[in-house]
Write a protein that binds this ligand. Sequence first.
Ligand code: NDP
Ligand code: 8X3
Length: 251
Amino acid sequence: MNKIALITGATAGIGRAAALQLSEKSYNIIVTGRREDRLVALVNELKKKGVKACTLCFDIQKHVEVKKAIASLDDTWKNISLLVNNAGLAAGLDPVDTADINDWETMIGTNIKGLLYISKEIIPFMIKNGEGHIINIGSIAGKETYANGSVYCATKAAVDAISKGMRIDLLSKNIRVTTISPGMVDTEFSMVRFKGDKNKAAKVYEGLIPLHPEDVADAIVYAATRPPHVTINEMLIMPTAQAGAHYVKRN
Ligand code: NDP
Ligand code: 8X3
């Protein structure tokens, strides 16, 4: 029987690539996000690859929506053995004294609270089944704070801390916890951060080859497919042209 993976933020970037690559490892897939048209198109693509797939469309910042969405799954789909906590974003790149408080709320609501809300709904299914794996997407930004990114960096440092806590709390439940922390990845991330400003977004990746979403998906698949007695606790994955949050080689 195929295992079931639920991937948050599968309408774009890393989440979408992870859904496609996990389907090649025979996972049946639940894809989530807010843009329903993209979820439906992805499910059709996944079904063509011969796996079962379904969508859950909700805003992960809203606790009630998360609870309702997960409760709506039928019992078979609730047997989730892999949760990929990927949905997330940066909003703005501003000094702490002038940043927009709404941007802070969005980042904290999505990257920290959203990750916790959905994990809390799914962990009981894993406990019932006696096994599970949670892969949380962190960032180099969680390891090294950079100028004007204090709250985004804080949310990703929180992902690291929550992952460590989950690993301890779920030790007796046979649930593996992995954090995958990428450097720059060419997704919609910068378009979202700069609120649709294409020039600002393009400048982030100018003169270098960033990671592609498929590179991170590859790491997700690697962590997910280790033998049951092996846990990859953490992976930090950078483009070759990036040595840390502050060190980038541009041509
Ligand atoms: P994208 O913008 O391409 O994808 C983000 C995904 O998150 C989308 O599917 C989006 O879906 C979903 N999402 C955002 N907000 C919400 C919400 N409120 N409710 C539900 N879903 C939401 O970016 P990436 O693929 O790059 O980002 C994926 C993860 O990787 C994030 O956690 C990000 O912080 C992290 N990361 C990214 C890096 C990069 O350089 N790109 C580097 C390191 C980490 P929708 O809008 O349809 O709701
Ligand atoms: C995204 C990577 O360095 O742009 O988490 O913050 S960075």
